[in-house]
Ligand binder design. Sequence first.
Ligand code: FE2
Length: 477
Amino acid sequence: MERIDVIDKGQSESFAREITDIEGTLPAGLDGTLLRNGAGATSVGEDRVAFLDAHALVAALDVRDGRAYFRAVHPDTAARREELAAGRLTRRRVFTNLRGWWKNAFNLELGNSACHDVYAWGGKVYAADLGEHWALAAPSLATEGPERWSSVVERDELLAPMPRDDVARGRLVAYALRRSPSKGDSLAFVEVDEALGKVARTAAVPLKGIVHDQAFTDRWYATFQIPVTPKPLPALLGTAPLWWAFGWRDEGPTLILAPRGREGEAVKVRLDASLRTIFHVINAYDDGDDVVIDAMGYDGPVLFDVVMPAAKRRAHRTPPNNRIVRVRATPANGTATVEPFEGAFGEAPEVAPAMHGKRHRAAWFAALPSGLEREASTYLFARRVGRLDVESGEVTSWDAGEGCHVSPVAFAPDTSSDDPEAGWALAWVLDLAKETCDVVVLDANDLPAGPIARVKLGAYLPATSHTRFAPGLRTRA
Ligand SMILES: [Fe+2]
């Protein structure tokens, strides 16, 4: 079994091969490429780097006519090039400090590993994290260079890590984040066309916390502000990783809505404190004058001890619980309610991309419990593929089994069906004991039936941050 996560080999290896070891049959209507991004290696020389900001590994499984072609590359980012040449970490990250506190003191020039998410747009693939994205050519996935949506994102702003596609309109939606210690942070929602040209940009909305994901309806852009305040001393003195240099205010996240496609003021609604953290938004849609937003909520601060080298030699703090929640907001009077979906524990939830901005029936997610006692709420250790029926509240799942780990789930549409939510749920499954990685293909609406096909890659990948399915994208040689 070949490992492709090892930086000591020079991290230059890329893989490209036909996969013939397939159990079951790949569905005839499954046509496109399953993408993953996430850490490729968690060390540079002697230096350890946190999973969430390690150098990226983008993997792609191109599926068409029942055949599968696997490719994996390390995007050749500026940070990676610099650090591989130096043989050590040279840039501080959000979750990783440089060795020697003095190298972190007053050092807020952070490295960007482009290891968080991946999307296909305009015939290219982009490895993405907050800041700038890196363009990869198709089909080779050779690195082309940095991309920051300069038609809508200004030079001193950071581009959001997880753009969301409006399939019907052929648009990508994200936000531009401006950090300003003197004036305060702010964000503007932005929207681009097929060529990454400007479609829209909202007025700046002041922020008092951090944001991650975003969604949209026909009438609104939406995101959640996590209620944290930077503690300047540990952040600036470099005594703690930046992620631990936040003070968590004792309040709920704030829903931020900004008008889309029309004039108007942004609306902020603070949720009740039953939730403290929301990173990922599942979907949003208009329901009369209300806005419905489904998201993954946590009932406490998320400190990520399990993926931080800085936490290695100490007891990990108890992680909070998560579950999918439904937020129903009435922007006209600035109110919102929060209702949990019982039993929908997990992370990195998705709907069928065709339902972005529309009323959806189902969401898919890397589902908990993981089977591991420790860190039960961390999606890196999920071992089930889950489906939530948002109408009935029913959660169904497929369990990858003891010692296995499933990635976040990507929805692939069955284009032969009239139902936009008919299709397949795809995930990368690691067997931690055998050190193998398979891609499983499940009927998205019948997970308990188990895999229709299992593609055995013959390589061992690291855990995944996010996945997406790109219909029609070719990464085959
Ligand atoms: Fe994310």
